[in-house]
Design a protein around this ligand. Structure first.
Ligand code: PXP
Length: 262
């Protein structure tokens, strides 16, 4: 039987809309309660250093009030490690952060940051928190992730999502980027790392990534929150869940779409 592919729903942009007016609406905790109803498995939220969307209060309330695993995305700073050690999310995904960026652009350079990452990862692991590193599908970064003490990684799927579909005379194509993801995922799994993926995934492009057998978790936010404006948050999660399940089970049948494998 195909392994269940977990869906982590990133709710950063629920907070973005809330922050546009201040106050509490839309409430991130209310959104998080709908994740399980829509067929999602966990909450993903990025506490950025500039607090542009998710706040410290969001992270604390999500952990305290919602009975789903919480995946906290964060930069590898002492401030963020201290918050994670206090809040104790189920998992942390360490991401690179630049203040001017619109979203997380590219993966961590684990090779260069090894000295800074190692001790911080060790403190999180000691506290029982699963640590994943957000990296590009590059075999050198995969090996470095293992060496620095993380037990999981998340592949940045942005290049795959942005690559044109079709031949561009030796340049980036969707098929080449997919092959990089497939090869890097197989290598990561072979050396004992849990494989996640995310960034830029939509109902239209999620299929080939969901079919990679060693990928066990996808973290998806923007496309779900965007679609939620038109069809509602729970329905948008359900739609993504169905697209993932169809791909994982190798069927385009709508009958199989809502079914979850074990
Ligand atoms: N995974 C990581 C590590 C991210 O930084 C993000 C964006 O915050 C996502 C997944 C979700 O990306 P998107 O919002 O494009 O689905």
């Amino acid at each position: 039987m195909t392994q269940h592919l977990r869906l982590g729903v990133n709710i950063d942009h629920v907070a973005t809309v809330r922050n546009a007016r201040g106050g509490r609406d839309p409430d991130t905790v209310r959104a998080a309660h709908l994740i399980a109803k829509g067929g999602g498995d966990s909450i993903t939220a990025h506490l950025r250093e500039d607090r542009r969307h998710i706040t410290d209060d969001d992270i604390r309330r999500l952990k305290a009030e919602v009975p789903l695993p919480l995946n906290m995305e964060m930069a590898a700073t002492d401030e963020m490690v201290a918050i994670a050690l206090q809040v104790r999310p189920h998992a942390v995904c360490i991401v690179p952060e630049r203040r001017a960026e619109l979203t997380t652009e590219g993966g961590l350079d684990v090779v260069s940051a090894r000295a800074a990452l190692g001790p911080r990862i060790a403190r999180l692991v000691e506290a029982g928190i699963q640590v994943a590193l957000f990296i590009d599908p590059d075999p050198v970064q995969v090996e470095a992730t293992k060496q620095v003490g993380a037990s999981a990684l998340e592949f940045h799927t942005g290049e795959y999502c942005n690559a044109p579909n079709g031949d561009t005379q030796g340049g980036l194509t969707r098929a080449k980027e997919l092959k990089r993801l497939e090869d890097a995922s197989a290598r990561a799994a072979a050396i004992g790392l849990e494989v996640h993926a995310g960034h830029g995934l939509t109902v239209a492009n999620v299929g080939p990534v969901a079919r990679i057998p060693s990928v066990v978790e996808l973290n998806i936010g923007h496309a779900i929150v965007a679609e939620a404006i038109f069809i509602g948050f729970e329905a948008a999660i359900r739609q993504m869940r169905a697209a993932m399940d169809r791909a994982r089970q190798g069927t385009s049948s709508p009958v199989a779409a809502g079914r979850r494998s074990a």
